[in-house]
Unconditional design. Structure first.
Ligand code: TXA
Ligand code: MG
Length: 319
């Protein structure tokens, strides 16, 4: 099978209706999508990704109306966040209805639902009679793709097509929120920052950032977002080394050869850094360096999300 990159929404619709998994654009990262109500199609997602079946999937719906058959209740606090940020990069953990196949939630009694804003995906969702189950379109544990080519590189021959909606505008996964008692809890830091949530809620939600952390199956990959090339944090007094690649946040220090360096945002803009970080990791990974070094972002706003991902990506290579 050759993996085709295409902008044909109709071809995507047809494949999904036939129970085939395909790559889709979202505003966060590219997804590996299938009909959430088709058991075989959903199983193929796990197989293609190499992901343990115990790790649940997010339902992608056009709007709350399309999602209604799949949840029992949607707490007022979550509704406020929904009004503020959907469609967009936020995922809601809500009590699931019996219409949700248990493979989607790994048997848990809550289901994760989000309402993407990417225009091509919204058009596709509006034509479909079922929600899409879609994890990020990377192999399990690897860096999430943020453009169609990077999906093709990771999943070549395993899916017939990637719907090409251009580069992702956020570049980091959705923020996952749920309720504990009557307060919002953040289960995964993401493209909507804690500050943005706090402004709407009037309080800072607790972070129980374990969504991607739990090694749900003993012996399975414990690390996420990691390139193949060993990745470490750059330390400020570090000198340039041979055969090493460097990812700087804003500017390249004078003694470094720019050919071995990349910057995430010359304006020092966190949004832009978020948009570029996975692409930078995948691009640098392909260059055959012995090691990669990345500058650490400050723990503020979206910087918290960046730090979360980079802590996990570097953890794999800690001695
Ligand atoms: O931005 C995103 O959310 C992207 C795009 C493609 O939409 N999707 C994504 O999916 O990041 P995935 O599968 O790579 O990450 C979803 C996370 C997983 O860590 C999973 O464990 C958690 O959400 N999750 C999904 N359903 C859950 C549930 N019912 N209870 C607890 N955690 C859940
Ligand atoms: Mg993922």
């Amino acid at each position: 099978m050759i993996t085709r990159i295409s902008t044909e929404i109709n071809a995507a619709k047809k494949a999904l209706e036939e129970g085939v998994a395909i790559g889709i654009p979202t505003e966060t990262v590219y997804g590996l999508a299938a009909n959430a109500l088709n058991q075989d199609a959903v199983e193929s997602i796990f197989r293609i990704k190499g992901r343990p079946i115990s790790n649940p999937l997010i339902l992608h719906c056009f709007d709350l109306e399309q999602a209604r058959p799949y949840f029992l209740s949607f707490h007022d606090e979550l509704q406020r966040l929904h009004e503020a940020f959907s469609p967009g990069p936020i995922t809601f953990l809500v009590p699931r209805s019996a219409n949700v196949p248990s493979i989607i939630t790994a048997g848990l009694d809550q289901v994760a639902i989000r309402f993407p804003s990417q225009p091509m995906l919204r058009a596709l969702l509006s034509y479909l009679e079922f929600p899409l189950a879609a994890p990020s379109a990377n192999k399990y544990g690897a860096v999430s793709p943020t453009n169609a080519n990077q999906v093709k590189e990771q999943l070549e021959g395993e899916i017939p097509m990637v719907l090409d909606g251009g580069p992702c505008i956020f570049g980091l996964e959705s923020t996952i929120v749920g309720m504990v008692d009557s307060s919002v809890v953040v289960y995964r830091l993401g493209s909507i920052s804690l500050d943005e949530l706090s402004i709407v809620l009037g309080y800072i939600p607790t972070v129980q950032n374990h969504a991607d952390l739990q090694p749900l199956v003993p012996g399975m990959v414990k690390y996420h977002y990691a390139p193949q090339t060993p990745l470490h944090y750059f330390t400020s007094n570090q000198k340039p080394m041979d055969h090493s690649g460097y990812i700087f946040l804003q500017s390249i220090p004078t003694e470094f050869n720019p050919l071995n360096c990349i910057t995430l945002s010359s304006d020092g803009d966190l949004r832009e850094m978020g948009r570029n970080v996975y692409k930078a990791l995948l691009d640098m990974d392909a260059k055959g360096y012995k090691a990669l070094y990345i500058e650490k972002p400050a723990p503020e706003g979206l910087g918290l999300t960046l730090l979360d991902r980079l802590n996990r990506a570097t953890a794999k290579f800690k001695a």
